[in-house]
Design a protein. Sequence first.
Length: 135
Amino acid sequence: KYDEGYEIGWERGKNKRSSGYSNNQNISSSRKIHFSELEFRKGQKYAYKNGEAFSGTAWSSDEKSFSMTADGGVVIGAKAYHSNGRVAIDGDPVNKIRTHYDEYGNVMSEAEFKSKYPHIMQKVKAFSYEIKEVD
């Protein structure tokens, strides 16, 4: 089971396609890459930074609500987070799998999640303006 992100945020996944990061992300830097610095193509399946395939993690502008991980330009994971920092939605867009969690880390159904955490679903929609799709 691969538990990475939603359609908007990611962190480097377990089933990564390469062993390292590309030159377009300085992993020694504490500055986070934001969604607004990337271009997404083909329905957010591919991520590019400065015209090159992006590898690494990008964050929403608040640097805590959503993350997205790409490897060689392929978006391999997305996450939404609860206010306590725990993962709320962990998605794998490659395999179209989403896992939903309560604020304690317990798995729950999508219907239960939407009912209990409508504010997170609203955030997902609100932050979608940060995603720049080109093509």
